[in-house]
Write a protein of this length. Structure first.
Length: 277
């Protein structure tokens, strides 16, 4: 472990991604605070963080107390199934907007999603593309982005992530349930994904290089959903998936996400492709 630095960082929402960045930052000598809404996760998070707090992102007093001596905030919240989506995302952003001016926080990083782009009928989208969310949840995420990007006096960076895969979330596990089934549509939508290690790497790149603004975070290789499922089934000897073009696709959006901006900034992907062998 590196020697301690003077940097104190808080991770609001320490789940599948947040826990790994906590581990990395602590190894690099940052003093890490992890927050969770689940008391049963405290012991687990103590293995990767210097301090663990049970709080809701919508509790202004608790959030301000947490950030009273912090320099960096990573907002990595996730909505539990059945939870109020707007409260989890937008509520947390509005709380931060209210309390951050009274804290020494200088940098905020938010893990968003490319789904805010909405339906572009397969066209390539960049950070300059106007967002047009195709779902109510997408609208919430877009408003969350704007709330955080509107903060003054600090660097704010929004990372628009592709679908997340990695240890414990393998493509076989994600797509295996589709094996042997008939899926609606043609499967021609683009499959924009990113490996967890690259999310962690990009977050640290953003922090250490003080990047601000919006950056897409997807790997280089973007096949169609059909191509990817076929490859996963073939690699793992699963029954092939059939497609029914007579049924409308269940996907309300289709866009091919460009990662050129973050690569131009200097980030190098560890996993630019799905299968490295």
């Amino acid at each position: 472990m590196a020697g301690k630095t003077s940097v104190k960082a808080t991770i609001i929402g320490c789940g599948y991604v947040g826990k790994e960045i906590a581990r990395l930052w602590r190894q690099q000598g940052l003093t890490v605070t992890a927050t969770t809404t689940s008391p049963e996760r405290v012991e687990e998070l103590r293995t990767v963080a210097d301090r663990v707090l049970v709080l809701k992102g919508t509790d202004p007093e608790a959030v301000q107390d947490c950030l009273v001596d912090q320099q960096v905030v990573l907002v990595c919240v996730g909505s539990k199934r059945g939870a109020n989506y707007a409260e989890t995302y937008l509520g947390t952003a509005k709380t931060l907007a209210a309390v951050l001016p009274a804290t020494p926080v200088k940098q905020l990083i938010y893990t968003s999603t490319y789904s805010v782009y909405g339906q572009h009928h397969g066209a390539t989208v960049t950070e300059e593309t106007v967002v047009q969310p195709a779902t109510a949840n997408g609208e919430v995420i877009s408003e969350t982005e704007q709330t955080l990007l509107g903060l003054s006096r600090l660097e704010v960076c929004v990372l628009r992530l592709g679908g997340i895969y990695g240890p414990g979330r393998t493509l076989e596990r994600i797509y295996g349930r589709a094996a042997g089934q008939i899926r609606p549509g043609r499967g021609h939508e683009w499959a924009n994904w990113v490996y967890r290690e690259d999310i962690v790497g990009a977050i640290e790149f953003v922090r250490s290089h003080s990047l601000s603004g919006i950056y897409n975070l997807v790997q280089d290789e973007i096949p169609t959903v059909r191509e990817l499922i076929d490859r996963v089934c073939d690699r793992h000897t699963l029954a092939p998936v059939q497609w029914d073009p007579a049924q409308p696709s269940a996907r309300p959006y289709n866009a091919k996400v460009s990662n050129a901006k973050i690569k131009a900034a200097g980030y190098q992907f560890v996993h630019p492709h799905f299968f490295e062998d």
